[in-house]
Design a protein around this ligand. Structure first.
Ligand code: NAD
Ligand code: MG
Length: 414
């Protein structure tokens, strides 16, 4: 079997934790990568909620030029960047006479992310967010990280850059924001385990047979959270929880065996940290991403978020169950990729992105998403793929390779 692993990760106690408290306060200037998305617009709703507190420097989007232009105008951004270059004329026209700089393409995204600001909100979906996020690490004091694929694909080198540039990395994913809070500045050797909660998604109580016939609309109906399409499908397959285990591994000073998942259908408890003395600390809130986003913007203090306050008497019951890796194989596949390390998580992510996009286009049976990911990882091993992943370019090459393998697996099926 080919070895997909890179050099061993430094032990948890060698590395300074990325979540160490800092004396820095007060985010003012803000760049939002992925401003038109679910996290992007929730971030902007916090800007609205605190008039005069934040200045938006740059906003970016994939292809929705009109929405991006409206955001740039409303928030008085200095620049707006659209990734899809064919949408540049539309963006330029919509911003004509405003004084806002319109830009397009990959290099322009990197350029915008490189303008020094107090905080960059990394809210692009998928591996497409890697180059601008890496650029932002070199120039901004803080990053709010929603774009979990950055850590899944490039965790080791991403965290090295975070430390090298002394960036305050604030996790935005609700489970990781919860862990960040429950961990506080606890020494690594006092942490027994970190348990991420999972809603179980729309198919939590479905049989394998029902899941095999699930439609796109059924998969997009998340019971608790309103999110972008890709993460909603990942939640239905539970690949999202797999991606989050990998994310947690890179963020926090724990080993793989200290990470766990429990299904908690109400999504009120977001994460539990178990300590060596038997204590378990958790963070609770209504399932609303404005809570973790507010913390990413305000930490180490807190700012108000326009969310519903939790009322446990009204909630009534909190329940828990073990995840079922038979009906949700993506969770098992992601755990295996995390253990394998090296290029495996980036390959897995690439294959998942391709398969999810194909499922969203329609016609692909839901279970084929996880089957494609597993087949790509097997094909990569059989081909003796031992890609080095020491640089961002290596990761991008692995991502391209994974996408090609996934396209060929899907082509063979049809
Ligand atoms: P979304 O699809 O709603 O928004 C994605 C944003 O990225 C949009 O602005 C889009 O225009 C932009 N984008 C898409 N493709 C691009 C490309 N190729 N190049 C540049 N920009 C591109 O997604 P979302 O739900 O906001 O999720 C964003 C990230 O946050 C994901 O990594 C997701 O896993 C993570 N996250 C989201 C939530 C949530 O509640 N939405 C919760 C936790 C984590
Ligand atoms: Mg999450």
């Amino acid at each position: 079997m080919a070895d997909l692993t890179t050099a061993a990760r430094p032990s948890a106690t060698d590395a300074p934790p990325a979540w160490q408290p800092s004396t820095e306060t007060g985010v003012r200037s803000l760049t939002i990568l992925g401003a038109t998305g679910s996290i992007g617009t929730s971030t902007l709703s916090l800007v609205d909620h605190h008039p005069g507190r934040f200045e938006v420097e740059a906003v970016t989007a994939g292809s929705n030029a009109n929405e991006l232009a409206q955001i740039a105008i409303k928030y008085g951004a200095n620049r707006a960047v659209i990734a899809d270059e064919t949408r540049y004329p539309a963006l330029k026209d919509a911003l004509a006479g405003t004084g806002i700089k319109a830009m397009a393409g990959q290099q322009a995204m990197i350029e915008a992310a490189s303008v020094p600001v107090d905080c960059v909100m990394a809210a692009i979906v998928g591996a497409a967010g890697l180059p601008p996020a890496f650029a932002a690490l070199q120039h901004s004091s803080r990053m709010g990280l929603a774009n979990k694929e950055c850590l899944v694909c490039a965790g080791d080198i991403f965290m090295k850059e975070v430390k090298r540039h002394d960036v305050e990395l604030l996790p935005v994913d609700s489970e990781h924001s919860a862990a960040f809070q429950a961990l506080s500045d606890a020494p690594a050797d006092t942490i027994d385990k970190i348990t991420l909660t999972a809603s179980g998604g729309p198919f939590r109580s479905w049989t394998a047979d029902q899941i095999s016939k699930a439609t796109r609309d059924e998969a997009l109906k998340h019971p608790n959270w309103s999110m972008g399409a890709k993460i909603t499908i990942d939640s239905a397959s539970m690949m999202n929880k797999g991606l989050e285990l990998i994310e947690a591994y890179h963020l926090f000073p724990v080993e793989v065996d200290q990470l766990d998942v429990v299904v908690h259908p109400q999504s009120i408890i977001h994460c539990l940290v178990s300590y060596c003395d038997g204590s378990v600390l958790a963070q609770l809130s209504e399932p609303d991403m404005r809570t973790p986003i507010a913390l990413a913007l305000s930490w180490p203090t807190r700012i108000a978020a326009p969310t519903k306050q939790l009322d446990l008497a009204k909630t009534g019951t909190l329940t828990f169950e073990a995840p079922d890796e038979k009906r949700f194989p993506a969770l098992r596949i992601a755990k295996e990729a995390l253990r394998r390390g090296g290029s495996a998580p980036a390959l897995m992510n690439a294959a998942n992105e391709v398969a999810v996009a194909r499922f969203l286009e329609g016609g692909l049976p839901f279970p084929v998403i996880a089957q494609t990911v597993e087949q790509v990882l097997e094909d990569a091993e059989r081909a003796g793929l031992t890609a080095e992943v020491g640089t961002l370019d290596d990761i991008i090459a692995v991502d391209t390779h994974g996408r090609r393998l996934a396209a060929s697996v899907l082509e063979k099926r049809t």
